[in-house]
Design a protein around this ligand. Sequence first.
Ligand SMILES: Nc1nc2c([nH]c(=O)n2[C@H]2C[C@H](O)[C@@H](COP(=O)(O)OP(=O)(O)OP(=O)(O)O)O2)c(=O)[nH]1
Length: 323
Amino acid sequence: MTESRAGASSGPSIHVVAGVITDARDRILLARRTEGRDLAGLWEFPGGKVDPGETPEQALVRELREELGIEARVGERVIVVPQQYPHKRLRLDVRRIAAWSGTVKGLDGQALAWVPPHRLASYAMPDADRPVVAALRDPSLYLITPEPEDDVSWLDGLRAACDAGIARVQLRAPMLSIVDPAHWSLLVERAVAIAREVDADVLVNGDLALAERHGIGLHLRAAQLAELTTRPDVPGRVIASCHTLDELVRAQACGCDAAVLGPVLPTASHPGQAGIGWDAFARLREQVALPIYAIGGLVARDVEVARAQGAQGVAAIRGLWPR
Ligand SMILES: Nc1nc2c([nH]c(=O)n2[C@H]2C[C@H](O)[C@@H](COP(=O)(O)OP(=O)(O)OP(=O)(O)O)O2)c(=O)[nH]1
């Protein structure tokens, strides 16, 4: 981490709470920040700062009453995004609105828009909102396949994972892909067919040509990311493995869709190596606007903890592979 960037991450953090309000057609309400305020003109989830003595739930109910004229019941947490802006740090605590009544009006003169989830990304929003939009739309679990021991059990494992709800997978075989690339390509083709049956998003580790050939995304190793200045031209998503702030900044500058950051906790695959821990994860997270999966010693039930630190969710090999 460079001195200046580490230094920027200081000072108290403002607690902001915002609501995901949906209508009967599952569209989400965005409000446009009015002129004369910080981040004016950008679209946001309605809400505001938590006042001293208020719980986040009370603050959100108050803000929605004051700004929109509705009575809201606050539901489950979506994500808490720690974010560093040039002149302030905030924690954007986003909750679903379980139910609301009244007629939505822009009582502060703000423009409003009801937006289908797949169109959220086309609205210009503050940096803290990019991970929120990803948390609302994209999978919280990112399975990385283990090295295949035999084809049948590997493909069965993938099928079982997809049946259990895995919706994003990275096909990875560090040994087979080097020792027998033709065999690996055939296995990738069969894996893609299995994943497509359940509409799961598929990426291949490190191999641009394979990504192009099979019409899938590309997972960049940290060493590959270091050589890049622009987004690789692949048919699917691009996600990068990162361990440092400089790598996260590069992943964002290259137009990656997301990053994987860790190890957060110690893992069996890196014995003797301590994890960076959740505090360091959150400190790195707040310096970029990328959605970030946490990796390292994590399993599916850690998604809630991960979301509370601003993560998109959990990436894992063993932790997500069916036994
Ligand atoms: N409500 C809301 N605020 C957001 C979102 N994303 C995001 O970065 N923010 C920031 C903008 C503001 O800095 C802060 C919300 O504060 P606010 O809306 O109560 O405050 P404000 O305009 O009076 O704030 P400020 O100019 O004094 O910073 O959180 C979002 O999706 N919803």
